[in-house]
Design a protein. Structure first.
Length: 272
């Protein structure tokens, strides 16, 4: 989901949609300053400041990650001292005054932004209970396309890619989130029958608003070579076939940039 925030109506939508991020927390804050060369004077001049805030929060049994990109920033403060932490949110405050948006991300004003406009990007998925006490590797994809992948499509594409898998359906428990369409586990065929086999937990769900779908891929514990390969190839296949956004950790990535982003990450890892 992407939404431009410029008017009072947009602010009302933002506060209603997010509930003011009640109980959420700020994970990342980025400040970017642009400068352009003035050919007449030969000097660099300021050309705008952008502040990006990433927020994780939960609402209506959905785990959500929001990237709020504020452009045309004219005032910005982030003040922490003596162990203070402005990352935990109560309810943010926002107003439109003299054509400028003002955001207070905490009651003390320690994280405060004045800007011309803001853009919200959000990826949301039904809250998943931890599958175990182990850490998980997770990739989430969200699309506005009305057509969504089926289990047969996943199995066929993986078979064509040279990594045949088997599917273990997971019966939806009573009281499951109404957005969930199906879920199960993909296991490389070569691992069938292995006592310690770990597969890729897959869940497909309907979005909060409008047409489309979302998909979550998870691996429990430390990835081995085979499950890591299945996860990477499956993510590539989905991002190539469907337009949308990927979520890795706290980073929202346009689907068309996913492969370049992953390749860059692998190169950084190889470089140490």
């Amino acid at each position: 989901m992407t939404h431009l925030i410029k008017s009072k109506e947009d602010l009302r939508w933002l506060m209603g949609h997010t509930g003011g991020f009640r109980g959420g927390y700020v994970t990342d804050v980025h400040v970017s300053k642009r400068r352009l060369l003035d050919e007449a004077s030969g000097l660099e001049v300021p050309a705008g400041t952008t502040v990006t805030v990433v927020i994780r929060y939960r609402m209506r049994q959905m785990a959500r990650v929001v990237k709020l990109t504020m452009t045309g920033v004219t005032d910005f403060s982030m003040f922490e001292q003596e162990g203070a932490d402005c990352s935990t949110l109560g309810v943010i405050q926002a107003e439109l005054n003299d054509g400028n948006l003002r955001f207070w991300f905490d009651p003390q004003g320690e994280l405060y932004v004045v800007c011309e406009e803001a853009q919200l990007e959000e990826v949301a998925a039904p809250s998943l209970e931890p599958l175990s006490l182990e850490q998980v590797a997770q990739w989430t994809f969200q699309s506005t396309m009305p057509e969504w992948p089926t289990v047969n499509w996943l199995l066929t594409e993986l078979d064509v890619a040279g990594i045949p898998c088997i599917w273990r359906a997971i019966v939806l428990a009573p009281g499951h989130h109404s957005a969930i369409q199906w879920q199960g586990e993909l296991l490389p065929a070569s691992m069938e029958g292995a006592l310690d086999a770990r597969g890729i937990h897959c869940m497909l769900y309907a979005p909060l608003d409008g047409p489309g779908f979302g998909m979550v891929l998870r691996v429990r514990g430390v990835q081995d070579r085979r499950t890591g390969q299945v996860l990477s190839i499956l993510a590539d296949l989905i991002a190539q076939r469907f337009s949308g956004q990927c979520l890795v950790g706290n980073t929202i990535i346009p689907g068309e940039e996913w492969q370049n982003w992953r390749s860059l990450g692998q190169q950084r890892g190889a470089d140490g």
